[in-house]
Design a protein around this ligand. Structure first.
Ligand SMILES: C[S@@+](CC[C@H](N)C(=O)[O-])C[C@H]1O[C@@H](n2cnc3c(N)ncnc32)[C@H](O)[C@@H]1O
Length: 208
């Protein structure tokens, strides 16, 4: 529990400087940040009017893109300061305080055409990632809905090991960066069909 509270406080402290940092950092871990967000949007085949759930919405940079395209956007996050920044940036979207591992009961039976997320799932180990995705796919997607998840990711476990050596000084040992080869196998075993595209030296997007 303390771990979650500490993590939440860390994101609260980061909220004011987050947008500048992700864009000024050309290296690990945010290289290609805007390209990753653009690729998420492209892979959704979004249409105006769609219902979009943005997981770990942060300051609302991904939510803003979908709202600008005429979608009904709901962003969730466990950092009140991130949520306040998102609401200022995207007044037309709805932002709600919630942890991603929660059951999201406040949604009642609501389902979404698109579930998206950027730079969040590395908070969870692989089995937690899969269980969140499986639950959301079963309980929160419409029949033809899809999930598109962008994050700090590498094509293979070997590529991730090389990246770990290359960026040892910046690597956060408590985070769980994706290796697409192992993630695809784990997703397929859980009944989720996945495609992966590498967008930058350390960023990629999964369509599920
Ligand atoms: C690196 S930021 C990414 C923000 C945004 N998606 C973007 O692409 O700029 C990670 C966000 O995920 C949120 N987050 C991390 N773990 C979470 C959890 N377990 N439940 C809810 N939100 C979480 C943080 O509060 C933070 O706003």
């Amino acid at each position: 529990m303390n771990g979650i509270i500490d993590r939440c406080r860390l994101f609260d402290r980061w909220a004011g400087s987050y947008d500048n940092e992700v864009r000024s950092d050309a290296g690990f871990p945010f290289a290609g940040y805007d390209h990753v967000l653009e690729e998420i949007v492209r892979l959704t085949d979004v249409e105006s009017g769609m219902r979009v759930l943005d997981l770990g919405t942060g300051t609302g940079n991904l939510a803003a893109r979908f709202a600008a395209l005429g979608c009904e956007v709901l962003g969730i996050d466990f950092s009140p300061k991130m949520l306040a920044a998102a609401q200022r940036k995207v007044p037309d979207a709805r932002f709600v305080y919630s942890g991603l591992t929660n059951r999201l009961d406040f949604l009642h039976g609501k389902r979404f055409n698109l579930i998206v997320s950027a730079y969040v799932f590395h908070e969870f180990d692989l089995s937690t990632k899969i269980s969140i995705l499986t639950r959301l796919s079963r309980d929160r997607l419409t029949k033809r809905g899809r999930m598109v998840i962008g994050d700090i990711a590498f094509p293979t476990v070997k590529g991730r090991e090389e990246a770990h050596r290359r960026w040892a000084a910046q690597w956060d040992e408590e985070e769980h960066y994706w290796a697409a080869d192992e993630a695809i196998v784990a997703c397929e075993e859980a009944g989720l069909h996945v495609r992966y595209v590498q967008v930058s030296s350390c960023g990629g997007v999964f369509s599920i």
